[in-house]
Structures are given as structure tokens and as C-alpha cells.
Design a protein around this ligand. Structure first.
Ligand code: ADP
Ligand code: MG
Length: 224
């Protein structure tokens, strides 16, 4: 189990009290598998990704990433874990307008102090079907292509855990389906433990497993 959430409760300050965004959530995501998370708006889906990404600290429970109990890490330790072990894809591909597709990938790895990153960037752009678009800048790419660059960038440091929040929300049905197929393929090829938040129920049949979040609680129809 490469990603494990064990009895995770997460609250936010809310006036005089606290709002419970996640209520004793447990989830186990093995390497090479993809778990889809669905649920109404405000149910806690992004909060679940935030604790898995060590961007939110649980009030109770454990988050274990690639064997490391994140509760034992300080701020710098969490930042290093995110950089080296976790790939994060947000809803909007926040690409830098002045950089080419290849540079969007290499700049991250350069910041992490790595060398010889150009070849890896080109290999990943090829893996997401953009080998011939490496020299293009964001305004020269379609929405679907930008989201593919976003996904390739998240894989740059070879993460064990891949967290993806509503990647198809800005895409039409067909391009959305293509991005989900790509995520399934990458999960298998790169052996990541992938969690995908999606509102797009039309495509769920092609995914390994779907869990539903409602009011911060998780239910898994495949395991009653
Ligand atoms: P979803 O992604 O399913 O739409 P979220 O995880 O974003 O849901 O939000 C779950 C609940 O937590 C909602 O009630 C939301 O308003 C609240 N919430 C999310 N982020 C914050 C925050 N930073 N501060 C306070 N409340 C928040
Ligand atoms: Mg959300």
C-alpha cells in the first residue's frame, strides 16, 4: 500500500467552531492502481487530496506515503516528500506562459537541483502523446494538450503517489475520456498509486475502483 489514509479526520476553523471536512476516512491505494473519488461539491474530495499531499494536517488519523508516516515529518520533511514522492495535478493547468512545453517540465527538476532533465522531459511528453509539441508555448496548445503537459510535469520526479483533482472539468467529453485513459495507462506503466477526483461519472467504468465522499465520509460500494 503506497498510499494509506487511516481514520483521517480533518477540520477547518469555522466561526467559533470547526467544520469537519473529513470524518474518519480510511483509504488504501496500492501501487499501479487508480482509485476514483466522486461526490457532491463541498463533500471533501479536494480535502482528501490535500491531506494525501501533506498540504493539510489531519486532526486525527494517519497518512502514510510510500512507507513514511507523514505525521513524523516536519515542514521541510513534508516539502521534500512532496517534491520527491508525490505528483500533484490540479484542476487548472497553471503553466508558465513564457515557457515551452518541455521547459514547463525541466524548470521543476532544475529547481530540485537535478541535471540531465531534458531527455526525461521529452520522454514524458512522448508518453502523454505530445512528442511533437515540445517547443510550443501554452497559448499554442489546446486545453486538452495543456492538461497533458500538466500531467507530464507531475511525473517529472518519478512519484510513487499521483494525486489528480478534476482534470477533465475544462475539457469536452471526448478529450476528458482521453485524459482519463492516459491516467490509467500511466498508472500501470509507472506503477503509481493514483487518486483521481472526478465529477465525470460517465467514464468511471474504465477505472479500477470508485469511492464516494459524502459530507466528509467515504463509502466504497465494492466493499460493503
Ligand atoms: P470538494 O472538493 O468535494 O468540493 P472540499 O474538500 O473543497 O470539497 O471542501 C469540503 C468542505 O470544507 C466544504 O464545506 C468547504 O467549504 C470546506 N473547506 C474547504 N477548504 C476550506 C478552507 N481552506 N477553510 C475552511 N473551509 C474549507
Ligand atoms: Mg474540490
Amino acid at each position: 500500500m503506497t498510499l494509506l489514509l487511516d481514520g483521517v479526520t480533518l477540520t477547518y476553523p469555522d466561526g467559533d467552531g470547526r467544520l469537519t471536512a473529513l470524518d474518519a476516512v480510511s483509504l488504501n491505494v496500492p501501487s499501479g492502481s487508480l482509485t476514483a473519488v466522486v461526490g457532491p461539491s463541498g463533500s471533501g474530495k479536494s480535502s482528501l487530496l490535500a491531506v494525501a499531499a501533506t498540504l493539510g494536517t489531519p486532526d486525527r488519523g494517519r497518512v502514510v506515503v510510500a512507507g513514511t508516516d507523514t505525521g513524523t515529518l516536519d515542514r521541510a520533511g513534508k516539502a521534500a516528500l512532496r517534491r520527491e514522492r508525490i505528483g500533484i495535478v490540479f484542476q487548472q493547468p497553471n503553466l508558465l506562459p513564457s515557457l515551452t512545453a518541455a521547459e514547463q517540465l525541466t524548470v521543476m527538476a532544475h529547481l530540485a537541483g537535478r541535471r540531465n532533465v531534458k531527455a526525461r522531459a521529452l520522454e514524458l511528453l512522448d508518453a502523454v502523446g505530445l512528442a511533437d509539441q515540445a517547443a510550443r508555448r501554452p497559448h499554442q496548445l489546446s486545453g486538452g494538450q495543456r492538461q497533458r503537459v500538466n500531467i507530464a510535469r507531475a511525473l517529472m520526479n518519478d512519484p510513487e503517489v499521483l494525486l489528480v483533482d478534476e482534470p477533465t472539468s475544462a475539457l469536452d467529453h471526448e478529450r476528458g475520456a482521453a485524459v482519463l485513459d492516459l491516467l490509467v495507462t500511466l498508472t500501470r506503466e509507472r506503477n503509481t498509486a493514483t487518486v483521481l477526483v472526478t465529477h465525470d461519472r460517465a467514464h468511471l467504468a474504465r477505472l479500477d475502483r470508485t469511492v464516494t465522499v459524502e459530507d466528509g465520509r467515504l463509502s466504497d460500494p465494492t466493499r460493503p
